[in-house]
Design a binder for this molecule. Structure first.
Ligand code: RIB
Ligand code: CA
Length: 311
């Protein structure tokens, strides 16, 4: 029986790789893709999600547009990383697959109420605005969530948008606070992991050698996406942040972490958006998250490459 998931996303090149990996994996049943404003505004993340589904030749995937701004704050985007389109690196096109008419938040609520409790996993890959809005509007769905596996936060790796905060949490700290306090089983894939999941020139050439639409698209996307991190960190490749979430669903044994308390800073003068991870368990606060710290990078790229070759 395939694992039912909903991907909540702000594509973004790394979101695109996560979506492709999920669509290529028969272990996963993607009930829907919900889009949120983040890397780029909502109209672009929503268009981009449909572009990615069409590149995967999966026009039947249901895509729902969600919240176009954070709960209370002004939207902060990341065109400086992802390009103006949010999906720079490939020849873009106007998707023809339909956009569902329901709002993403209504889809989240209705799906969690319809599916059996404990059978649907949420995979947020962007700011947590949609998830927090759904939990606030329909608190009854929280206990029905099987697990939330999200990309966000940082501890030993510190922030990537401020010295203290990672982008997905920073854009909507109030939403993150609601999700982290909700009580649903939570797995956090932070920069501590994703900065170890770097692409390489050899891998990008391997993708091109596939000679497929997907291989070429992922090569183009990561070729563009890596330039920012290589310039900023002097690293040798791009961190495929969001794809690590799907990698965890497929092979959790490739990851290590600790079940600890993670609290979101929402009022720090310099630290707003920080995931205050109690890695050494000094606060006495109740553990609420499996906070990951390690990844078998080569094992992750092995399954990622094998699955992308299937599309
Ligand atoms: O900080 C990395 C996260 O922010 C990733 O999800 C990336 O897509 C951006 O949304
Ligand atoms: Ca993202």
């Amino acid at each position: 029986m395939a694992r039912k998931i909903i991907i909540d996303t702000d594509p973004g090149q790394d979101d695109a790789v996560a979506i492709l990996l999920a669509l290529a994996s028969r272990e996963l049943d993607v009930l829907g893709i919900t889009t949120v404003a983040g890397n780029v505004p909502l109209d672009l993340t929503t268009r981009n999600a449909r572009i990615v589904c069409e590149i995967a030749d999966r026009p039947g995937v249901r895509v729902f547009a969600g919240c176009d701004r954070p709960l209370t704050r002004k939207l902060v985007t990341a065109e400086y990383v992802h390009g103006k389109s949010g999906l720079d690196g490939i020849a873009l096109f106007e998707p023809t697959m339909p956009l569902q008419s329901a709002h993403a938040v209504d889809f989240l609520i209705e799906t969690l109420r319809r599916e059996a409790p404990g059978t649907v996993t949420l995979c947020p890959l962007g700011p947590l605005t949609n998830i927090a809005t759904a939990f606030t509007r329909a608190p009854d769905i929280v206990d029905r969530v099987a697990e939330i596996v999200l990309m966000g936060g940082a501890y030993f790796e510190v922030g990537n948008v401020t010295p203290a905060a990672e982008f997905n949490i920073y854009v909507d700290p109030e939403a993150a606070d609601i999700v982290f306090r909700a009580g649903a089983p939570l797995v956090v894939v932070p920069l501590d992991v994703t900065h170890k999941a770097l692409t390489s020139r050899a891998w990008i050439e391997q993708l091109r050698a596939m000679g497929t639409r997907v291989g070429n698209a992922v090569a183009g996307l990561t070729d563009f996406f890596e330039r920012f991190d290589m310039a900023k960190y002097g690293s040798q490749g791009a961190p495929l942040h969001d794809a690590c979430v799907i990698g965890y669903l497929l092979k959790p044994e490739l990851f290590t972490g600790r079940h600890i308390n993670v609290t979101i800073e929402t009022a720090g003068e310099f630290t707003t958006g920080m995931t205050v991870a109690d890695w050494w368990r000094v606060t006495g606060r109740e553990p609420n998250a499996m906070f990951l710290g390690g990844i078998d990078r080569d094992g992750f790229y092995a399954i990622l490459t094998e699955r992308l070759a299937r599309l």
